[in-house]
Design a protein around this ligand. Structure first.
Ligand SMILES: NC(=O)c1ccc[n+]([C@@H]2O[C@H](COP(=O)([O-])OP(=O)(O)OC[C@H]3O[C@@H](n4cnc5c(N)ncnc54)[C@H](OP(=O)(O)O)[C@@H]3O)[C@@H](O)[C@H]2O)c1
Length: 335
């Protein structure tokens, strides 16, 4: 059936300015790392993407290696884009990245100019796009001069193949150096992408501050700790869950201590009149330096529940202190 986007799609989503830029991003963005490879039905992928756009989720995050197999998430997105979203291209903010292993040999990963620019061309072909809105260096490469990696991002922008540059998983001191190089090149450096959740708080150790200094927004990936901060694992490991199926979320993270933390957090969420997922997302968004939570969803129902984070009550100081106390007592590192 031909897709016509919902007329009211901008009625309820909240948008926040990304750093010191002209770009507004939705508070909830959708990532296609999991659930969009060839192992998942394309009908479900299409349903999730359509519903996301109808709810005002304008930002879609991809990378060269998302799948499985690597590249298939971009190809599947390209198929759905061509059928459903081409008329809405200017309403979408689409990201891709390069940094992790994509093809064999010495030019298939990390941060060389050779790899980044070839990978971007491949991504554009797979997605059927003329340009991405943001192109990321997916990881810091300690062995390539930062000038070379930043120069490649700058070239991508000058070639019109990306509108903005982004960095992902860079340590704070590399962010500072990269920001200086990009400033000198006058490259539109928009955003940093990092893991951030109640269970993974590393960005509090300098990334949030370095990003604010550089005038770029932070987008938080895996804000639900890949599903741990939801009701998914409160009663065991469901057969269709990422933990049961995937390679990136191992069963051994579910220690007794972790399970008791999840139950305690779930109780706190119930007291706030929301689900654990919604509380976990609201907690990440409490920091104004975080422009958006970058969620994954294996169903429309998950997506809808997560977007409803926008109706969250504000946290009291006592609730925030309780989350810190429970986390610290249960082995979460708080910088
Ligand atoms: N830059 C990087 O290095 C990097 C790394 C990782 C991720 N990312 C980006 O961040 C995006 C999100 O990462 P993520 O998928 O790990 O995020 P996440 O939101 O922490 O986890 C998503 C998973 O949680 C479960 N879930 C989500 N909402 C739920 C709900 N309401 N109730 C129950 N379960 C729920 C689903 O698991 P089930 O599949 O089990 O249903 C879903 O696949 C990625 O797609 C990617 O774009 C970037």
């Amino acid at each position: 059936m031909v897709y016509l986007a919902a007329e009211g799609r901008y009625g309820s989503m909240h948008y926040q300015r990304c750093g010191r830029s002209g770009v507004l991003l939705p508070k909830v963005s959708l990532g296609l790392w999991h659930n969009f490879g060839d192992t998942h039905p394309i009908e479900t992928q299409r349903d999730v993407l359509r519903r996301a756009f109808d709810l005002g989720v304008t930002h879609i995050d991809l990378a060269n290696n998302y799948g499985p197999p690597p590249g298939s998430a971009e190809s599947n997105f390209g198929t759905i884009f061509a059928q459903d979203f081409r008329p809405y291209r200017d309403e979408l903010f689409i990201a891709s990245k390069a940094g992790y292993l994509m093809w064999p040999g010495p030019y298939g990963e990390f941060g060389s100019r050779k790899y980044l620019l070839a990978s971007l061309d491949q991504s554009l072909t797979r997605m059927g796009l003329d340009y991405v809105d943001v192109f990321y260096s997916h990881r810091f490469d300690p062995d390539t001069p930062l000038e070379e990696t930043m120069g490649a991002l700058d070239t991508a922008v000058r070639q019109g193949k990306a509108l903005y540059a982004g960095l992902s998983n860079y340590p704070p001191e590399a962010i500072e150096r990269a920001a200086a190089i990009l400033k000198e090149l006058r490259t539109p450096y928009l955003i940093n992408q990092h893991p951030y959740s109640i269970l993974q708080r590393g960005v509090e150790g300098g990334v949030l501050e370095a990003s604010a200094q550089a005038g770029v927004g932070v987008i938080a990936f895996s804000p639900l700790a890949q599903g741990q901060l939801t009701d998914r694992y409160l009663k065991g490991v469901p057969a269709d869950s990422r933990m049961a199926l995937g390679h990136f979320l191992k069963r051994d993270v579910l220690t007794e201590q972790r399970i008791s933390l999840l139950h305690a957090l779930n109780k706190l969420a119930e007291g706030r009149g929301q689900t654990l997922a919604q509380m976990a997302l609201a907690w990440v968004l409490r920091d104004p330096r975080v422009v958006s939570v970058l969620i994954g969803a294996s169903s429309v129902a998950q997506l809808e529940q997560n977007v409803a984070v926008l109706d969250s009550p504000a946290f009291t100081d006592a609730e925030l202190a309780e989350i810190d106390r429970l986390s610290a007592e249960n082995g979460v590192e708080i910088p």
